[in-house]
Design a protein around this ligand. Sequence first.
Ligand SMILES: Cc1cc2nc3c(=O)[nH]c(=O)nc-3n(C[C@H](O)[C@H](O)[C@H](O)COP(=O)(O)OP(=O)(O)OC[C@H]3O[C@@H](n4cnc5c(N)ncnc54)[C@H](O)[C@@H]3O)c2cc1C
Length: 423
Amino acid sequence: MKQIVVVGGGPAGMTAAISAARAGARVTLLESGQKAGSKLLLTGNGRCNLTNLDFDPRRDYASSDPENAGRILSSVFRQMSVDDTLSFFSSMGLMTAAEHGTYVYPVTGQSLSVLNVLVREMERLRVRVKFREKVTGLEKSEEGWLVRTGSWSYPCDRVILACGSKCMPATGSDGNGYQLAASCGLRLTPVLPSLSAIACRVPPFWASASGVRVRACVTALAGGREIASDTGQLQITGQGVSGIVVFQVSRMVTRALAEKKNVLLSLNLLPDMETDQIAAQLQRLKRTFESLSAAKLLEGFLPQKLIPALLNAVSIKTGTACGALSDRQAEQIAAQIRGFSLEAVSVRGFDNCQVCAGGVALKQLEPESLACTLPDSKGLYIAGEMADIDGLCGGYNLQWAWSSGYVAGMHAALDGPDPRPEA
Ligand SMILES: Cc1cc2nc3c(=O)[nH]c(=O)nc-3n(C[C@H](O)[C@H](O)[C@H](O)COP(=O)(O)OP(=O)(O)OC[C@H]3O[C@@H](n4cnc5c(N)ncnc54)[C@H](O)[C@@H]3O)c2cc1C
């Protein structure tokens, strides 16, 4: 029977522990916090969007090494697909349902239910779970591995590192897992905050619209080339923009800014109307409401607090009477509504983001098993957010955690000779 130590009690680590124990290994899970799944409890606003039925790995995930990511994603999701994930949870007694067609949540509406079934399954499988056990060192020996914490050393045959990232360090994933990986000779790609708000060089009157929410299409351009686009509810902040639609484009913006590229966000604030339709409407209305101010006229097109920033961007005073607006100015307003441009300055940092881009370089991982391929790291596996793979909002990051944890746990338990065959 193989002895396996899993480092980290997040979604990836718990799934790895369960799959290794189900495959017959003796498993110890070490978690630095006082309980497992601290970040899991925060997911989906406490409701846990655990996967998504609309699934296309090539579209939903990014990496600084797309070629190896493609190989790893297709191997990992072949071994544990979205359907397999739903069966996995149902086998543990968790009922799930899809909202808005594809976003899967537990029917209880509580992420605590997801955590509870994982903990219960680890108990059933007699996984030894140790809290307040922060792993501080890993040593490779002839026999296997020695996993050191502040108070103890755990000898084992295989180690699964599932320490999360640097995002939301208060939940325990404070980036120390990267150091553990590096101490075993693994190369890291730059770790960047992703799925987060974007700070911009904000124009005059922008801050007074803080808190406004509006449906918009947000397109990010780096060096004039489109790098990401999404449509949804945009939230104006004092420093820039936020909301899920911004999180989705932030993962490409974070990479472009790290490469010192000039990034512009083009906000289409009326994505369901064409520019010439808006211009025609404005031209018709300005004739009907000649004495009305331009700002008042736009109240039927945009949230009121956004109007001063928009008019300022086309150099029109808010009090200008509609009748004094030329057709050209009406066209300029329409164009501005469909393409309000903001210069991105930064993606909000590790304390506020939802995941990290970057991590353990994928070239060093076997796609089939997620085992490290370096000669000195034989018997070491990587699961979850630690690897240089990040997903869109919508359940994709947890899906990666479940699937990569499952694959690493199963292969750690089953592959290679068993140093302790059962009598
Ligand atoms: C606010 C928020 C909302 C989110 N919502 C969603 C969502 O709805 N759907 C979705 O798909 N994704 C969501 N995510 C992302 C998702 O939570 C992560 O992708 C996922 O938790 C990663 O799982 P993991 O097991 O790899 O890492 P983590 O969940 O970070 O777990 C790592 C664990 O390892 C422990 N650890 C670290 N170092 C050590 C050490 N040296 N020794 C022992 N233990 C250690 C940590 O304490 C931690 O418990 C959200 C993230 C945030 C921050």
